[in-house]
Design a protein around this ligand. Sequence first.
Ligand code: SAH
Length: 251
Amino acid sequence: MVHFIGAGPGDPELITVKGQRCLEAADVVIYAGSLVNPALLDVCREDAEIYDSAGLTLPEVLGIIRKAEAEGKMTVRLHTGDPAIYGAIQEQMDALEKEGISYDVVPGVSSFLATAACLKQEYTLPGVTQTVIVTRGAGRTAVPERESLKSLAAHGATMCIFLSISFLDKVVQDLLAGGYAETTPIAIVQRASWPDEKIVRGTLATICHDIEGKGIDRQAMIVVSPCLGSDYELSRLYAPEFSHGFRKAKA
Ligand code: SAH
């Protein structure tokens, strides 16, 4: 049996209880060493076989899993954040499916949510925006033209942009071309939830300058949103005059 597990964004306490239980019991652990905090592995058994997938190819990963299965062992495949977001797990799951190897998926806290916690920010403010777009700029992996940053920017919603910090200037250009005003707030969080997390805040007009010299060139989330530092309406859910299924209006 193989368990694909979301490790969370970095802080070893942000893995789920279920994910941690699987890690504790695993015979074999394959973890994405480029992003997963190795401190998570402290709970593994002393005799667990541990592999860093950073230097491995897909056939090599599958080879390790196949061997473990043949020996009746349980494997944990540990991915950063939530494995469904830029996790490259579909190809692994499909290969296991073909070979009749059973697996399941344990979700994790994605870094775009750890970033909201770090910023102490709600992404969906009434009267401001009710939509969060999770996306990336086109890099070595192409992005369909209809999902370009420029076209998504037209919504004026909250955008969480992964995997794009190395070309921030291009990201900013595309967001402006798509319709965000130069005054739109933007925040960059590097290594959210790690002890060395960094936050830089600015506007689309200033951010490229604000980030200079901060050493932020990888493992960072870009959040552009009218929510950041904005006036908003109070939520209906807790408004005294608002009734809903669990509470009658009080005013
Ligand atoms: N599956 C992961 C994303 C993997 S792609 C998730 O759900 O979070 C890797 C990208 O995620 C990085 O380039 C960066 O944009 C973002 N990322 C991962 N960990 C991060 C963290 N702790 N803080 C900010 N961004 C992070």
